[in-house]
Design a protein around this ligand. Structure first.
Ligand code: SF4
Length: 287
């Protein structure tokens, strides 16, 4: 059994930088992170062990320093923190900042903003909370339910698959042929690289293992993407979730991971797969 890694996988620079800032700050002073820093339980547990606190709402914060996560936040949320006299640490990924600026520009130019993404995701909330009017869509049914407007300005949650973004923009153009539809592609480069690499990996593999948090949006997207090119795809959070029988008869096993998956977790899964690769085929079936 051969084990191959996707060309691009795992933690992106935005998440790495945010975690490094949280770790360094927690060494110096008590810190609260507003919302999930990353959608990965292993990372969150480690940060909690270092004394980092997590809250979803500003009034619940009891430390003097508050960190905004890599997913960013609305201006309204920033103002809430400042109004309480708290010290604000910004870990917003520069590529999320780009998405915020793109949406602001579309609105300033008179477009009705439509965000392609998950309505409840912290990044999408950050992109929309300051807007007077907006829509969030994730499917053609959502597009069909939109009210007609003369001009739509579209941006996407940074972790959306670019194919979905293009499909939904095309659906919007079909639904409102008279309207002006402008897309600003805000899907980030690390997401595009990981999605593209996942397709290549899935096409070459008998089984694909996707590593990432249960609540990680981009990990779920990787599972879906791989599932379109490989019939045997498994999502694991750590090596402990691997099942030997998944690999019965497999010659090539592909490995990829979401943007919030730490290197050690990927290495642990890879190591365990190498152990399984040494088992006789019969044992893989029997386990
Ligand atoms: S997924 Fe993209 S936008 Fe989000 S933190 Fe990573 S690099 Fe930044």
């Amino acid at each position: 059994m051969k084990i191959i890694r996707a060309e691009h996988l795992g933690m992106c620079f935005g998440v790495r930088d945010a975690i490094a800032l949280a770790v360094q700050t927690a060494r110096e002073r008590p810190l609260t992170v507003l919302g999930d820093l990353v959608h990965n339980e292993t990372v969150l547990a480690e940060l909690r062990a270092r004394g980092v606190q997590f809250q979803t709402e500003t009034p619940a914060v009891t430390t003097a320093t508050v960190m905004i996560t890599a997913h960013g936040a609305s201006e309204r949320r920033h103002a809430e923190v400042r109004a309480r006299g708290l010290h604000l640490l910004e870990a917003t990924c520069p590529l999320v900042h780009l998405a915020h600026r793109a949406v602001a520009r579309l609105v300033a130019e008179g477009y009705h903003p439509v965000i392609i993404g998950q309505r409840q995701h912290v990044e999408v909330r950050g992109l929309t909370e300051d807007l007077a009017e907006f829509d969030v869509v994730l499917s053609e049914a959502d597009v069909a339910a939109l009210r007609e407007r003369p001009r739509y300005g579209i941006a996407a949650q940074t972790t959306q698959p670019i194919e979905r973004v293009r499909e939904l923009v095309a659906a919007l153009r079909r639904r409102f042929p008279q309207a002006e539809v402008r897309l600003v592609d805000t899907v980030c480069q690390p997401t595009k690289q990981r999605q593209h690499a996942a397709v290549e990996l899935a096409q070459r593999s008998d089984v694909v293992v996707v590593i990432g948090g249960a609540h990680s949006n981009n990990t779920r997207e990787l599972v879906d993407t791989c599932g379109r090119h490989c019939a045997r795809v498994h999502h694991v959070q750590t090596a402990a979730d691997l099942r030997a029988e998944w690999f019965a008869g497999a010659e090539t096993v592909g490995l990829t991971a979401g943007t919030s998956t730490p290197d050690e977790v990927i290495a642990g899964v890879e190591q365990h797969l190498h152990t399984l690769a040494t088992l006789p085929a019969l044992e893989l079936h029997a386990r």
